[in-house]
Design a protein around this ligand. Structure first.
Ligand SMILES: [Zn+2]
Length: 187
């Protein structure tokens, strides 16, 4: 079983920087959404000292970060509105830029629920959170793309993504760094 540890204040500081840096985060900043940050560590094999299994996973696939809403009862017991879990071992080895990118990704999942009266609040008066879904999410098989070519979902999704946002994702097309200043903020 993975073990958990509250993240040090440096993670909160980096998140605060990102929240104020990018326009897309302003609705959650203004709503005063609170976030708990936690590291997850995979078990370590005593003999090889290598991690066993994944610290975090989603639908059985390794994840470096996860974002979830904290339920009302836990909010009442002192928890924040949202919990972001990070793979602690990955974090230790990642560069500053990689840490920022992962944290920005997890923060971008956080959105507030609004209706015609504005911000929706729960029984404790806290903002109701709606998790933002990824722009792209897919599961591809190489052999199916190879066997069925253009008729395959794999190839169709790849070409849709290429047309829609290839300049952000494809290594040979994307500029080395896209986001440098708040003026050029993208999610
Ligand atoms: Zn995500």
């Amino acid at each position: 079983m993975p073990t958990f540890q509250r993240c040090p204040e440096t993670v909160n500081d980096m998140a605060r920087e990102l929240l104020f840096e990018f326009e897309t985060h302003q609705p959650i900043v203004q709503a005063g959404v609170t976030i708990d940050f936690v590291f997850a560590f995979a078990d370590i094999d005593e003999q090889t000292q290598e991690p066993v299994g994944n610290a975090l996973s989603k639908n059985g696939i390794k994840a470096l970060g996860l974002c979830r809403k904290i339920p009302l009862k836990d909010r009442a017991m002192g928890r924040a509105d949202v919990e972001i879990s990070l793979d602690g071992q990955w974090w230790e080895e990642a560069t500053h830029a990689e840490r920022r990118a992962l944290l920005d990704h997890e923060l971008h999942h956080v959105a507030i629920k609004t209706d015609k009266r504005g911000l929706v609040r729960d029984d404790l008066g806290r903002p109701v959170i709606q998790l933002r879904k990824h722009d792209y999410e897919f599961g591809w098989f190489k052999c199916v793309a190879a066997r069925h070519g253009r008729a395959s979902i794999e190839r169709q999704q790849a070409s849709e993504m290429m047309l829609d946002a290839g300049q952000y994702f494809w290594p040979h097309i994307a500029p080395p760094t896209i986001v440098e200043s708040p003026a050029a903020a993208h999610a």
